[in-house]
Design a protein around this ligand. Sequence first.
Ligand code: HEM
Length: 241
Amino acid sequence: MSIATNTPQSRSVRRTRARWSWAWVTFSSVAIAAYFVGQYAQGSLDTLAHSHTGLATTYAVRPWPIQIVFYFHIVFAGLALILGPWQFSKRIRMRHIAVHRTIGKAYLVAVGVGGTAALIMSPFDSVGISGFFGFGTLALLWMWTAHRAYRAVRTSDIASHQAWMIRCFALTYAAVTLRLELGALVLVQLPFTHADILTNAYAPLPYICWLPNLVVAEFMIRRRGRPALYLTTSRALAAAQ
Ligand code: HEM
């Protein structure tokens, strides 16, 4: 049975769906941040490299300033992932605006530090030139969307602020999509080969961990009636004027 679009019943269905989506995003963000950042608290990069933990093997042999930048990245990017989802809670925004502002400021600092660190790390990453361009572009877009969200709220343009925050958090969430995609790409290769499975699965991730997120973000922005980005031709623009 289909439900008409603006009845109390359809509004309640939409609210329930939004709550479940938010719960999933919050749960997956906190779980991924806790597990993947937490594993680097178990020992030094050298110790962790022996047990092949995460990317310790790559970063244990990097110069020490890059190792420090690596730790800055995982701590601040992890913080952004844990803080981000709470900014989308209507309840916090409506009832505790001071909390929303404080978390927002901490989130922006976390994106600034985590993003700068990611940019510095990108020429030293484990996937070479593909990682340099893919993760490097992600880092720049991440900081740029955060900057646009901040600029919009400073000028009290709340609709644009919300749109830029959706884009910014969609990029933060790349940390989750990357790990889900890595698992899926490993699994689909298993019936065919056992050679270089992890390397092959990781190869496209510097791009596919964030490009789909931006597309989903744009759909969400449109559905919520916030200012969306439009791909258009100069002829279409001229016709609209
Ligand atoms: C959104 C912008 C981000 C960029 C541009 C970025 C960039 C990078 C880069 C270049 C690496 C090294 C990859 C390699 O050497 O192959 C890395 C690793 C890592 N990043 Fe990020 N990152 C971002 C967001 C995040 C977030 C939100 C988290 C939160 C959990 C995170 C946690 C980590 C961790 C834990 C590692 C070590 C790899 C592992 O053990 O899984 N990053 N990141």
